[in-house]
Design a protein around this ligand. Sequence first.
Ligand code: DPX
Ligand code: MG
Length: 556
Amino acid sequence: MATRLEQIGLKHHFAVAGDYNLVLLDQLLLNENVRQVYCCNELNCGFAAEGYARAHGAAACVVTYTVGALSAFNALASAYAESLPVILISGSPNTNDLGAYHLLHHTLGTLNFRYQLEMARHITCEAVAITHPEEAPWLIDKAIRAAFRNRKPVYIEIPCNLSGALCSAPGPRASLLDLPESDPVSLAAAVDAATEVLRKAIRPILLAGPRLRSYGGVQAFRELAEAVGCGVAVMPSAKGFFPEEHAQYVGVYLGSVSSPGCSELVESADAVLAAGPIFNDYTTVGWTSQPAASKTIHVDPDRVHVAGVTYSEVFLNDFLAALAEAAKKNPRNGTTLLEFRRTQLECNEPPIADQDAPLTRAEMCRQVQDVIDPNTTLIVETGDSWFNGFNMALPDGARFEIEMQYGHIGWSVPATFGYAVAAPDRRIVLMVGDGSFQLTAQEVCQMVRLKLPVIIFLVNNRGYTIEVEIHDGPYNNIKNWDYAGIMAAFNSTDGDGRGIRATTGKGLASAIQEAVAHETGPTLIECTIDRDDCTKQLMEWGSRVAAANGRAPVRA
Ligand code: DPX
Ligand code: MG
């Protein structure tokens, strides 16, 4: 296991100890090329791995049986929804106990020891339980291969009495990381059909979707865009997958709350090539906007739909690369871009607020924008931080991370920790709301422990503002915390995290200055803003999602 983790390129794995995995952790420690990184709990451990996989391509985490693994499952489900190859390794009972009429601790108190494996099957693309050391090498390889092929999480269960058992030595890496190859006939037919659609189109547009990166299509998508020469929009979770400073970039497409001028272009297009999109209730703004299937070339990870025909076993990366070669620039393709540039002249720079006045959301965002340089990764949590993030401009090289399909509040704190472990040379900036922070706050202490200079903008608007906009009630108020103050508790006697509360523009500016200069630990800047001070996009999106949630049942 340890050798394979190194061979697939991991430099770290995440872990929480428990008696079912202690020998396993010892064995993993023997490989000094893959460092063991500890988390406060297994949910966070799974999310740390999820964040690591975003920066590094894959990740692994190790937990104990049931009490640990069932918490990690939530994060594993996130990795499934977000298409990230995360390997969850769980210690499990001694094999002698399985058929011995023995009740065991950390279990349901029944004689069933299969439930964890069975549950794992629903949230992984492969789940294996090792019951004999002889089987370990191929079961481990089977799981790892599946994770890379499908870009989905996998589960490996290792009994505590087998973790140190001898098995055959792992062979060289071979083809574990290979992506499958497309069916050549189907690929050629799909490319022909798509070329024809793009050739005939007068107002084509390319739309980058969230699955583009996971399935290795970012570079080919750019080549295709440049070959076709038309406007390129990104879905919110694909922000950063196409350079925002590129002459063809036209913004973030999110229906009626798109960035200025973008929805007009996407919705008036006569051909939309959507690469790895996810059209769900959120991204279609409560089912109010989705490019019509009849004009969409819809590129899924393993199939392509063009003009009413589905081409199976055509993989996204192969299709985009082949189409980039075949597609020709159409002289009319610049029209939409010219129209777009005209609309952009009407967009104004955000005004600078009175620096002594109470801090507002707009002023906070204006200042956060200045922190984002080409080496920054901006991570945004579910809540109005999503919309604040969509509005940020990314200079070339800057990256953006969001968990919009799964949308688990609290994801971002451990995911940011994992991302920062994977990318120590980048500036990592997190925007997270107070409500979300309360779920997983303790993982900030691991940033303190590893001296990671993460900058956290904690937006304290005293509650679940996104829910206020969708459907308000007393349940959207939360207990206020001294967020800036908790850093002292995490520091204890040996940490160097900073916690600063900003209540004015001036306060925020000086906090940011301190955060940027602070290199030996995280800086949490608590930004206090009014409970109702949210983006106008959130208000509109929230009301449309609420309408979709509230549809009356239709009788058959
Ligand atoms: C919930 C959400 O404070 O952000 O900007 O104030 O909305 P905003 P906060 O972090 O509040 C988040 C809150 C409660 N969603 O508004 S988005 C429901 C929810 C979820 N995930 C889990 N539980 C509940 N998304 C795990
Ligand atoms: Mg809030």
